[in-house]
Write a protein of this length. Structure first.
Length: 69
């Protein structure tokens, strides 16, 4: 995955989390993920799987394509 795509995904997750007024810890608990995983995603330190991206999109009620716009 390119750095540009990872950055778009990271920015969107961060933006959605802030709009929902959730801390990283709250988001990770609701998604059943580790807090450090969310932190690494938002800082572009790791790649995200399509399945995990779909889980996050469903949580925020958006389409996966919106992560790339």
């Amino acid at each position: 995955m390119s750095q540009v795509i990872r950055q778009k995904i990271a920015n969107k997750i961060y933006e959605l989390r802030l709009q929902s007024k959730l801390s990283r810890e709250e988001l990770s608990l609701r998604l059943g993920l580790d807090n450090s995983y969310i932190s690494k995603l938002e800082r572009c330190k790791i790649n995200i799987s399509i399945d995990r991206l779909e889980d996050i999109a469903n949580f925020f009620n958006i389409k996966i394509v919106e992560f790339f716009q």
